[in-house]
Design a protein. Structure first.
Length: 279
């Protein structure tokens, strides 16, 4: 495990070699992630979705292999348990410092290696009550043939285009209100789900997360958003169409997330995310 630190102390644990059952599609994850004030803003293996692992890179369909965990959505059948779960394996560090790391991983399904990944995770203090998690994933097809990345949406489940960077936030008191979600010009799950807004904020009772794509390709990806069923935000690689990846080809995505104490409004969130993207 690697403990990420800002100037004021530890803010997240990065578990790079988790011990998990195969049905959860084992992969490295960040949990707990905390605000500078010590509020935990991730959830690990919740009862409603045991395969949600804090902050992770999770993809439900890589050439038919499940790197998301749980059931697989099959066209004309719905969610089905299949023996198709893959795993992301840490293979080495390129850099490992208190404020961040660069690692290499292999994505395997059975004995077959499909993808090689270079991942960068870093923490940066932003203000007295906010810091930034910078997460970059570069995936290269090393299978020897063509691959494509899909989602339940590309397999027939409308609106379920999840897969990629995903943050499971804490559900908290089920009797309380769901977190607010908003962008620069829209509010509510229905309005922001599937949008390509420059940034998106999820605001709980005493915390706020503000997400932004930090390269052009990521900014073009729609946001996957849940607040009522559970609180979670993802940047979707394959929203309506499968993402092709030729042999030897690569895709790179970078998401920066402001982790702030307090329940911020739109104006305050906009100021922080502009500062974070420029940092």
């Amino acid at each position: 495990m690697t403990v990420l630190r800002c100037d004021v102390g530890p803010v997240a644990d990065y578990v790079h070699r988790p011990r998990l059952p195969g049905t959860l599609s084992p992969r490295p994850y960040l949990h707990p992630v905390r605000t500078l004030g010590g509020v935990t803003v991730t959830e690990l293996g919740p009862a409603d979705h045991p395969h949600h692992l804090g902050v992770s890179m999770a993809v439900p369909d890589v050439a038919g292999a499940n790197f998301w965990g749980g059931r697989t959505y099959v066209r004309d059948q719905g969610p089905v348990w299949l023996a198709n779960h893959g795993a992301q394996r840490h293979t080495g560090w390129l850099l490992r410092d208190p404020d961040g790391c660069v690692e290499e991983l292999c994505w395997t399904h059975g004995d077959r290696q499909l993808l090689k990944e270079r991942r960068t995770v870093s923490a940066l203090a932003l203000s007295g009550d906010a810091w930034v998690l910078d997460f970059t994933s570069s995936l290269t097809n090393v299978s020897g043939g063509e691959l494509s990345i899909g989602s339940p949406a590309t397999n027939g489940r409308t609106g379920a285009g999840y897969g990629g960077f995903f943050w499971r936030a804490p559900k908290g008191d089920t009797a309380g209100p769901a977190p607010d979600v908003f962008t620069e010009d829209a509010s509510g799950e229905r309005a922001v789900h599937g949008s390509t807004a420059p940034w998106l904020a999820l605001a709980g009772r005493d915390w706020t997360l503000i997400f932004a794509g930090a390269n052009r390709e990521t900014r073009d990806d729609p946001w996957f958003v849940r607040t009522t069923e559970y609180p979670g935000v993802g940047s979707a690689l394959a929203w309506r169409r499968r993402l092709p990846l030729p042999a030897g080809g690569s895709v790179s995505r970078r998401v920066v997330t402001v982790v702030a104490d307090g329940r911020l409004d739109r104006a305050a969130a906009a100021v922080l995310i502009r500062k974070a993207v420029a940092a």
